[in-house]
Design a protein around this ligand. Structure first.
Ligand code: COA
Length: 320
């Protein structure tokens, strides 16, 4: 019997504190108009001091468990995508496991920057199709606000905090139709965060560094190619896709991918305006929003994609 992974529940969490473009314009030389026009962002959420990636992941995961009507004990594997782990080790997935009150299942983190959730989904799908897991929890959770230099107007305007989760279950019916993941380390210096414990410890402050314009150009081209690759792998046409759930980095990047799919923006889930770029949380947060508000319906074909520091990029095609 052929096995597939089906998404049986989604969840999300956004911290309470809202930071507007106006708030940022009090810290650095920028305006609401500039930020909105260039990025599509108006507000983003900022985690409170007591919050961590694992605490936010727990809230999103519990919401997904409720939606799936599943007991946490049934989970075989937890994959957490994060670039902002609570601790260097143990993994945020282990801390989440403890928070969910479960033991013995496997738990590990995936570090693939903004593509972490797509990477996690791809790994989860391999486990399920190989018959090694029946229920997998995949979470993207990020506190990007702690990686930012709040005096750098070219980066601090872009990011926000949050967590999104999905629960996958083995099934005879699709489900995830295919996943595609790639990386190219030659771009490592265009978007990165130095590790204070790593090789650059004494040379650089531990804040996010980005060549925004270069990232923009490579992202648009690369996402165009992953759309073609995903459609070809499934023998599908652009018109077979009901919804695009993109990583939320910049509305102009999202619109370019929609154009590539000849898809109207009415069929693209866009959350960036009030969330900013939540890195690995952005795709599951957008998916959760569109499932809960009834836009994404059972049976529809959903294309998720992401691009991030590495560079790393990927897609997942899902029959919902
Ligand atoms: N407010 C006002 N002006 C700003 C500014 C800000 N927050 N940030 C940069 N500028 C200025 C620059 O200094 C520059 O001025 P100059 O022409 O006098 O030198 C000008 O605006 C244009 O800068 P540029 O970097 O070319 O702008 P851009 O149109 O490329 O937009 C980004 C900048 C960051 C919004 C855009 O490049 C982007 O979104 N890149 C992708 C980033 C991304 O997605 N990262 C995450 C990937 S997962």
């Amino acid at each position: 019997m052929r096995k597939y992974s089906r998404i049986i529940g989604t969840g999300g969490y956004l911290p309470e504190k809202v930071m507007t473009n106006h708030d940022i314009s009090e810290k650095v030389d920028t305006t609401d108009a500039w930020i909105y026009e260039r990025t599509g962002i108006r507000t983003r959420r900022i985690a409170a001091d007591h919050e961590t990636s694992s605490s936010m992941a727990e809230i999103a995961a519990r919401e997904a468990l409720d939606a799936a009507n599943l007991d946490a004990d049934d989970i075989d594997l937890i994959i957490t995508a994060t670039s902002t782990p609570d601790r260097i080790f143990p993994s945020t997935a282990c801390l989440l496991q403890q928070r969910l009150g479960i033991r013995n299942c496997a738990a590990f983190d995936v570090q693939a920057a903004c593509s972490g959730f797509i990477y996690g989904l791809s790994i989860a799908d391999q486990f399920i199709r190989a018959g090694n897991a029946n229920y997998v929890l995949v979470v993207g959770s990020e506190i990007n606000s702690r990686l930012l230099d709040w005096s750098d107007r070219t980066t601090c305007i872009l990011f926000g905090d949050g967590a999104g989760a999905v629960l996958l279950k083995v099934s005879k019916e699709p489900g995830i139709l295919s996943t595609h993941i790639h990386s190219d380390g030659k771009y490592q210096d265009l978007l990165y965060v130095p590790n204070p414990y790593g090789q650059r410890a004494r040379e650089e402050a531990p804040y996010l560094v980005m060549s925004g314009n270069d990232v923009f150009k490579v992202a648009v081209n690369t996402l165009g190619r992953i759309v073609d690759e995903t459609l070809a792998a499934n023998g599908m046409e652009k018109t077979d896709i009901d919804w695009l759930v993109p990583h939320q980095a910049n509305t102009r990047i999202i619109a370019a991918t929609a154009r590539k799919l000849q898809m109207s923006m009415d069929h693209v889930i866009v959350t960036i305006e009030n969330q900013g770029n939540t890195s690995s949380a952005s795709v599951p947060l957008a998916l959760n929003e569109a499932v809960r508000d009834g836009r994404i319906l059972p049976g529809q074909v959903v294309l998720m994609e992401a691009f991030g520091g590495g560079f790393v990029w990927g897609s997942a095609l899902v029959q919902y």
